[in-house]
Design a protein around this ligand. Structure first.
Ligand code: SAM
Length: 284
């Protein structure tokens, strides 16, 4: 029997292949080409426009690091805005913090519907949580038009091609900053620098003029090909990224946070950047 393989097309001349053991869904949503398939090692895998978005096996690393790092560094979050994140994993993690409200702005209703059907453990019921408000719109339009202010904004977007491209622009960073409450934090998924170094350089150039403190933190997510990935971090409160181990640990325990990757020590260590990144950021 011949095997079928998914070949990722994100990077020119280099990339990953995943065996397709079972196909659950494959079609165009009208916005993007969406496929959900099974792989013996990774569980269910969602791709958009030929790029891996999330897999059941390693999604916890990405979602925990983008959700809990800003929320626990801030320490007094009442409202969170998620942009993108249609698979629901980010909403699930954010809602582990009992006292906050979440608005999620996703451009493609079909991603939410299909993820609910075929990746139910990602959202784990969170789309039905009364603390969540789901808006189907372009995240760029939302930050341009809303009067709401948020303590944390999480950009859980696709890569900067297709509908996600606007979420990596100078305009987006300026408008997102306007939507932050005083002392708020913007975090964004920012690619894998070993193969997407231009994302670090462009984000540094475009985002840093809007924040007193703008840097990156890291984690390795196996199915984001190429090694460690960066998350961009922007806030006007310089103290947030120096929140002590004791305080982070106490805040996590206070909300009874259960995680598989994130903990206070990983949080602090994630801000230590390898030298090639330090130099790229300084030169940007
Ligand atoms: N974890 C993933 C990654 O790192 O590639 C991102 C996953 S999540 C599925 C990305 C979501 O961003 C998709 O559901 C996509 O529809 C959404 N999206 C892309 N551009 C958007 C935009 N301009 N506004 C709102 N959502 C957007």
């Amino acid at each position: 029997m011949s095997e079928r393989w998914f070949r990722e097309t994100l990077h020119e001349g280099i990339g990953q292949e995943i065996r397709v053991d079972e196909v659950y869904f494959e079609s165009d949503t009208g916005q993007q080409a969406l496929s959900i398939f099974g792989n013996r090692h990774l569980g269910r895998v969602m791709t958009l426009d030929g790029v891996v978005q999330t897999t059941e096996a390693d999604e916890f690393i990405y979602h925990e690091m983008l959700a809990h790092t800003p929320i626990l560094a801030h320490g007094n979050v009442e409202s969170v805005l998620i942009i993108g994140g249609g698979d629901g994993g980010m909403l699930r993690e954010v809602l582990k913090h009992p006292a906050l409200r979440v608005t999620q702005v996703e451009i493609d209703q079909a991603v939410i519907d299909l993820a609910r059907e075929y990746l139910p453990n990602h959202s784990a019921g969170s789309f039905d949580d009364p603390r969540a408000t789901i808006v189907i719109a372009d995240g760029m339009d939302f930050v341009r038009e809303t009067d709401q202010r948020f303590d944390v904004i999480i950009s859980d977007s696709t890569d900067p091609v297709g509908p996600g491209e606007v979420l990596f622009t100078d305009d987006f960073y300026a408008l997102a900053k306007r939507c932050l409450a005083p002392g708020g934090v913007l975090v964004t998924q920012n690619g894998v620098p070993f193969v997407q170094m231009e994302e670090v350089i462009n984000t540094r150039r475009r985002m840093s003029p809007h924040f007193v403190d703008m840097t990156f933190y890291c984690a390795a997510v196996p199915t984001y090909y190429g090694g460690i990935m960066t998350f961009a971090w922007g806030t006007d409160d310089k103290a947030l990224r120096r929140t002590s181990l004791e305080v982070l640990g106490w805040r996590a325990r206070h909300v009874g946070l259960k995680t598989r990757y994130y903990n206070a020590a990983v949080h602090q260590g994630a801000f230590a950047l390898p030298q090639f990144l330090v130099e790229a950021i300084e030169a940007a």
